[in-house]
Ligand binder design. Structure first.
Ligand code: HEM
Length: 507
């Protein structure tokens, strides 16, 4: 009897629970997602992304709108394609989107997200940014290293002079120059051997350059395992295997640079950034303790961020100037007027070179280096412009679209520096139609140094040399096609012939 009463009681409780669940069931919350193409099973919309992803997404945004939702595998990706949407992510709701997605590139090529670029938003990132801004990238530190930039510039232009009349690959020369400059700033010496001078370094110039090229390539690559996690086991593109190999190369490189430095350091020499960074592991005063691996990661930012960026920006500007000889002549005339023909352009001349500045801005508008900035990531569920965006969504701000927005730019496809003379348009993050350095918390911390390198290199290339294309090549052959990566550069590196145009004693 007792057991049948207990059974009845249990049955009664179960029935009540069941009925109350039905009564209290909330209707499923209806989220309103941004519009976008219908995803396929397993791959989502990845089949719509071609070899130049920012262009693929640009054309899709024209169909679906300024805020578009895609799926990479099953993961949501939102693309911002208008200045207003860029402002929502980078200014109005900046705190909610200041993180980075945890992609394989950050894990395997940046010492487990130890650099600033791939570090998730939080105390480590905050401390790393503070380190950069106090040690290397503030106005005072940049001034301290002015003599290094001048010395490297002199070497660069002497080398170009020695190659005058010969066809040279411009990119090789530019990268060598920016790499030498950053190497001397960060490490106090050249940490690579050149073809000409064999030294005791672990890498040669072309090896280090290839490593950096790969670093940028993987930073932008669509690695399938990031989006369809079970594919990680087979790594169908072989990217993860190559990223791990690249990391081993960088690891060996930094280890040898560190031991060389510790063995040869002159205690009476002025402190260089490497001294500060090497003193950090074990420093009890840091909010977040740093390891040697973290220091290697942090150096990645300076080495990669400081070299390819400026070189590629100059490369694009040279391509445009070759295609627009009247613009090239106007830049040359301006420099002649301001600087004269008896010296090189110096950093203090920049404020007076307004047309040169307009050329650089116009080139950055049409050829933004980071066509998606670096990817951002939503840190919480949030509503933007009436659309729900869930935590973990990757945000791509398509700067390639922003620079071509016909609502903002007249005749957007036309290369016309004059548009920047009519209006003073900011490039440091307050004008959301032109974001070469991004905006908000994740804005490029190296913009001051980057701009100095770009202005000084481009102006002196124009000032110190007459340019011509190799025999049989016309301006129509100057490649304007893009090679996509974390930074996007011309697909075919330019060959050019330079002839000195200043008095010979200056070279
Ligand atoms: C013309 C030169 C340069 C351009 C166009 C450029 C552009 C950019 C862009 C677009 C971003 C991403 C911003 C975002 O995600 O919202 C970025 C981030 C970054 N840049 Fe630059 N950059 C340049 C030079 C430099 C230099 C010289 C350095 C350092 C020596 C540097 C170090 C960095 C670092 C560390 C980040 C990551 C910041 C973070 O995630 O918090 N950049 N840069």
């Amino acid at each position: 009897m007792e057991s049948s009463s207990a059974l009845l009681l249990l049955a009664f409780i179960a029935a009540v629970a069941f009925i109350s669940r039905i009564i209290n069931r909330k209707p499923p919350t209806k989220l309103k997602h941004p519009p976008g193409p219908k995803p396929w099973p397993i791959i989502g919309n990845m089949h719509l992304i071609g070899s130049i992803p920012h262009q693929s997404l640009h054309y899709l945004s024209q169909k679906y709108g300024e805020l578009m939702l895609l799926k990479f595998g099953k993961f949501p990706v939102v693309v911002a394609a208008s200045p207003e949407m860029a402002k929502q992510f980078l200014k109005i709701y900046d705190t909610s989107f200041a993180s980075r997605p945890a992609l394989a590139a950050g894990k395997y090529t940046s010492f487990n997200y130890s650099d600033l670029t791939w570090a998730p938003y939080g105390p480590y990132w905050r401390q790393a940014r503070k380190i950069y801004l106090t040690e290397v990238l503030n106005a005072k530190a940049i001034k301290t290293y002015e003599h290094v930039r001048m010395e490297e510039r002199r070497t660069f232009f002497s080398r170009l002079h020695s190659l005058s009349g010969k066809s040279i690959v411009l990119r090789e020369q530019l990268c060598r120059y920016t790499l030498s400059t950053m190497s001397n700033v960060i490490f106090g010496r050249l940490v690579f051997d050149s073809h000409e001078a064999k030294g005791g370094n672990a890498v040669k110039l072309d090896e280090l350059q290839a490593m950096l090229d790969d670093w940028f390539f993987f930073g932008g690559a669509l690695n399938l395992g990031d989006w369809i996690p079970w594919l990680n086991y087979i790594d169908p593109q072989g990217y993860v295997k190559r990223m791990k190999a690249l990391n081993r190369k960088f690891d060996r490189f930094y280890t040898s640079v560190f031991s060389h430095h510790l063995a040869n350091r002159d205690p009476s020499a002025p402190k260089i950034p490497l001294d500060s960074l090497l003193g950090m592991p074990g420093d009890p005063n840091l909010d977040v303790k740093l390891t040697e691996e973290n220091v290697k990661g942090l150096l990645m930012d300076l080495l990669a961020g400081g070299t390819d960026t400026s070189a590629t920006t100059v490369e694009w500007a040279v391509h445009e100037l070759l295609r627009h000889p009247h613009v090239y002549s106007k830049v040359k005339e301006e420099i002649d007027r301001v600087v004269g023909r008896n010296r090189w352009v110096e950093e203090e001349d920049f404020p007076q070179l307004t047309y040169l500045d307009a050329v650089i801005k116009e080139s950055m508008r049409l050829h933004p280096l980071a066509t998606f900035l670096a990817p951002h990531c939503a840190m919480e569920d949030i509503n933007i412009a009436g659309y729900d965006i869930s935590k973990g969504t990757m945000i791509l701000v398509n700067t390639w679209s922003l620079g071509r927005d016909p609502k903002v730019w007249d005749n957007p496809e036309k290369f016309s520096p004059e548009r920047f003379l009519v209006e003073d348009i900011d490039i440091l993050g307050s004008n959301f139609a032109l974001l070469p350095f991004g905006s908000g918390r994740r804005r490029c911390p190296g913009y001051k140094l980057g701009l100095k390198l770009v202005r000084s290199t481009l102006s002196n290339l124009v000032h110190g040399f007459n340019w011509r294309l190799p025999e049989g090549m016309t301006v129509k052959d100057v490649c304007m096609e893009e090679l996509y990566g974390l930074t996007t550069r011309p697909k075919i590196s330019l060959e050019i012939i330079l002839e000195p145009s200043l008095p010979l004693h200056l070279y």
